[in-house]
Design a protein around this ligand. Structure first.
Ligand SMILES: [Zn+2]
Length: 125
């Protein structure tokens, strides 16, 4: 199984447009069986890409959650003052989609399932 993603979210850095490619003949069948035991993460539908123009004049890829909940920062003197004295903070939002670590855990489970399934054959299924 080969997994790759061409881009990451510009704001929350989650992998976008994750692509699963089968490298062996039996992996399509094993992947269908694996989805019954370990369904895809419930927030995996946020990992699709959309593009929005930012203040630098360029288009950057965003995940679906960041695209829907984009906060445009209005520059006015009171907001600049509050930010400089530390009254308000502009922190990066926590990622709502599937992060790279969660995807890695999912793939570790998939790899273990494939190994066990190949080791035992069709005995238990
Ligand atoms: Zn995002």
């Amino acid at each position: 199984m080969k997994i790759q993603w061409p881009r990451v979210c510009f704001v929350c850095h989650i992998p976008l447009d994750v692509d699963f490619q089968y490298t062996r003949d039996d992996e399509e069948k094993l992947f269908d069986e694996f989805l019954e035991f370990f369904p895809t993460p419930p927030n995996f539908h946020y990992n699709v890409s959309a593009k929005r123009r930012f203040n630098d004049g360029k288009f950057h890829p965003l995940c679906a959650w960041c695209f829907d909940n984009h906060r445009k920062i209005w520059i006015n003197p009171s907001m600049v003052r509050d930010r400089e004295i530390g009254k308000i903070k502009f922190a990066h939002p926590s990622p709502k989609g599937t992060t790279r670590a969660e995807l890695e855990t999912y793939l570790t489970n998939m790899k273990a399932y494939f190994a066990a399934r190949r080791r035992h054959g069709d005995v238990y299924f």
